[in-house]
Design a protein around this ligand. Sequence first.
Ligand SMILES: [Mg+2]
Length: 432
Amino acid sequence: MTLDLVAAAKERGIRYFLISFLDLFGVMRAKLVPAAAIGTMQRNGAGFAGFATWLDMTPADPDVLAMPDPASLVQLPWKPEVGWLAADPWMAGAPLAQAPRNVLKRQVAAAAAEGLEMKTGVECEFFLLAPDQMAVADPADRAAKPCYDQAALMRRYDVIAELCDAMQQLGWGAYQNDHEDANGQFEMNWSYADALTTADRHAFFKYMAKAIAEKHGLRATFMPKPFIDLTGSGCHAHVSLWQGGRNLFEDADAELGISATCRRFMGGVLANAEALAALTNPSVNSYKRLNAAGTTSGATWAPSAISWAGNNRTHMIRIPEPGRFECRLADGAANPYLLQAGLLAAGLYGLATAADPGPPLHLNMVAEGEKAAARHLPLNLLDALRALEASAPLRAALGEEFTQAYLKLKRQDWAAYARHLSAWEVETTLDV
Ligand SMILES: [Mg+2]
């Protein structure tokens, strides 16, 4: 039964609701609505001028109405009188085709039509920076190999524990937190769930990490590569496909414990990897994490080729254990909904075409990558956008309205970058 938000406000002491959605650039947009008005908003949605967000609309378009999904209700753990709601943007009586949550819901429905459900977990890496400068907030966090550094982790105990407590309170199944491979970098893990639930939690986590860090006088950033010599922030996704209570990716008798279904699904992801990168690695900065030359810790932990293997972190896809695969492509800039939508669309294409991922490459791709005949990931955002434009399977699955809107806005993004004069250009070109 649908949760009645008027009653929920009374029972739980909610004074305000945030009716919230992510636009195509992953910016979280919201209206703050007093509890007295939530009944009307639940029926009719909250109004937005679409052109004022990244949804590729014009000032002449009618109002976008964000329809709150009551099942997504979260009371802000640090301010429980505010209830956050993920919303589906609608316009002129229909879901807005290019809105990321609607794009994901279409993929989820396509899978459900075949009796399938994708479950995923995401590993969000982020940096804690000083609030007003591009610098790691903790001056003592300088180790060359800082991964799992207990002392550096515990100097950030207050903010990490508050975030982890919040996730426990929300029932996400939070289970571990660590200092990651870059100075100032952390990762916090919670349990996997169906793709839409994970995407809603992922979107909320990014907001929550930033809000709680701010409370502690810090700045949390999910920027893929804030420091060129340090490991970047990935967003690894762990994927399995279910039918009823059965994980279709599991096959105890098969090599690596993964089924033929898993191989086909991975085959679809690998076949569309260049185009998928436009969604999983959506910023100019993303390509400084992929294809990175090296870092002070000794590894980049990011793929540069389109390959897969067993429990080997030098590939784009890793099989950490039977019954699931880990896609290591995405980064912190990925839109939580488009990340899942892209993986699911590519995977369903793989199932429909019985895509063959080829044999696992049991190689250290960093040291021996040149021995493999694997395709390269795009070297920059423009290449990825071109690949998405050329990808008939992803365009068909994600929809033309979405693809065209996304390509148009991201091309504008690329053009703005191309017009930017960098210090590197001046340094290398001034005296030619
Ligand atoms: Mg990690």
